[in-house]
Design a protein around this ligand. Structure first.
Ligand code: NAP
Ligand code: HSE
Length: 428
């Protein structure tokens, strides 16, 4: 057997501790499968004395992850700290410059600096792998980069943030408040160190930008992702959508169109009976459509210790087996710069609004929609006790541009109180 593959692991939190456990508990299995023993040389985290639930005494300790990344007894630098600046970026760059391969779970780092890091890795003859960065335990990076490499990809879509899906499903299924569901997700280890990354859609936007780069051969363009979090979704929307046969999901959709690359991460309605509509809890789902393969659906745990460490180990095993691929599926210099396109593919929309309960109010709203060229598919007015009437409208397919014109028109009618909620219904 060749000499061992030596790891330096920076970050011993949920994911890092999970990776240490797998390396310790499955040493024989990993060596048999990869043909190389996998060992840990050194580790780093902020506080040395913290109990991580796994023995660390056999490993050298480094306070500074940059020093860890450059150690002579490290072949692969495993970055599991998080954050797109500071130690994660510094140590990753230092590792590549020192001739180490890198495995990371850090989508923020790659969403912001993916192109530069991929170029640096290639200039040094090194490899960056990041399976755990997108959809936790689902091997979607491998599927897209390798198994689907013979396809022109037509659409990438998915629920890629376990925290948001957990919150939305617990609000619907258990009638929990947003705060209660959020606290449960925290207890399960789903949350980013800064949870606004989760509920603001930013974390999922990072992931979508990485998938889009591989799928469409474009440079990572996180800044061009249209982002909207779940903060504006009320229990009322969840109930009304369910009543009309839909579920609300924080859904990412990316397509390469004649106008440019569409990347949208926003709450959407999907049919309750569809695979995406059935997705519950912290589970993720990624849907890929290719010209040869048709539609592929991958579902699994998107966060948490075991699933994420599983994905990190898959990357380490690839390196042990000698699999060495370009970061985003082709050499960094061949990735095309992105022309961002606002998501404009027509879709039906769900509109919820409150109208003054007086003659002609509904007619005014219908006229505004008609003037914007929007046709109504379904409409409901709910029971109400006071003089404010809750109304739901599902439109036929229209563009976001036409909808924005209609929403601006509604604000001028004098019969709509508050801001209407407008959510896209994605055909899946
Ligand atoms: P975490 O539990 O917060 O752990 C972060 C670890 O990094 C901690 O051990 C912390 O040290 C260490 N760290 C932070 N700053 C450091 C610094 N300046 N120097 C040295 N060590 C430092 O985070 P996590 O959930 O494991 O996530 C790690 C990465 O995996 C992130 O990029 C995250 O986005 C990604 N990820 C997480 C999940 C998940 O389910 N949790 C899923 C997919 C991807 P202390 O422990 O001493 O504070
Ligand atoms: N905070 C992320 C989530 C972890 O909730 O999905 C996995 O990337």
């Amino acid at each position: 057997m060749p000499s061992p593959l030596r790891l330096g692991i920076a970050g011993l939190g949920t994911v890092g501790a999970g990776v240490v456990k797998i390396v310790r508990q499955k040493a024989a299995l990993l060596a048999e499968r990869s043909g190389q023993e996998i060992v840990i040389s050194a580790v780093s985290a902020r506080s040395k004395g913290k109990d991580r639930g796994v023995p660390l005494s056999g490993y050298a300790w480094e306070d500074d992850p940059v020093v860890l990344a450059q150690r002579d007894d490290v072949d692969v630098f495993v970055e599991l700290m998080g954050g797109h600046e500071g130690p994660a970026r510094d140590a990753t760059e230092a590792a590549l410059r020192a001739g180490k391969d890198v495995v990371t779970a850090n989508k923020a780092l790659l969403a912001h600096h993916g192109q530069a890091l991929a170029s640096l890795a290639e200039s040094m003859g090194r490899v960056i792998r990041f399976e755990a960065a997108v959809a936790g335990g689902i091997p979607i990076i491998k599927a897209l980069t390798e198994g689907l490499a013979g396809n022109d990809i037509q659409r990438v879509m998915g629920v890629m943030n376990g925290t948001c899906n957990y919150i939305l499903t617990r609000m619907e299924d258990a009638g929990l408040s947003y705060d209660e569901a959020f606290a449960e997700a925290d207890g399960l280890g789903y949350l980013e160190a800064d949870p606004t990354l989760d509920v603001g859609g930013i974390d999922a936007g990072h992931k979508l930008s990485l998938l889009a780069s591989i799928a469409f051969g474009t440079q990572v363009a996180f800044d061009a992702v249209e982002l909207e979090g779940i903060g504006s979704i009320s229990i009322e929307d969840i109930r009304q959508a369910a009543d009309m046969g839909f579920r609300i999901k924080l859904l990412g959709v990316s397509r390469l169109t004649g106008r440019g690359l569409e990347q949208s991460m926003a709450p959407c309605l999907v049919p309750a009976g569809s695979p995406l509509g059935q997705l519950a809890g912290g589970t993720n789902m990624v849907v890929i459509e290719g010209d040869q393969v048709g539609q592929i659906v991958m579902r699994g745990a998107g966060a948490g210790e075991g699933p994420t460490a599983s994905a990190v180990m898959g990357d380490i095993m690839d390196l042990a087996r000698g699999t060495r691929l370009s970061t985003f599926g082709k050499p960094a210099e061949m990735l095309r710069p992105v022309t961002p396109a606002k998501a404009a593919t027509p879709a039906p929309y769900y509109l919820r609004m409150t109208l003054l309960d007086k003659p002609g109010a509904l007619a005014k709203v219908a006229t505004v929609l008609s003037d914007a060229g929007i046709s109504i598919n379904r409409m409901r007015q709910y029971d109400h006790a006071d003089d404010a009437a809750p109304v739901l409208i599902v439109t036929h397919k229209t563009t976001r541009e036409a909808l924005d014109i209609a929403l601006a028109g509604m604000a001028q009618t004098g019969v709509v109180t508050g801001e209407p909620v407008a959510l896209r219904i994605e055909e899946v």
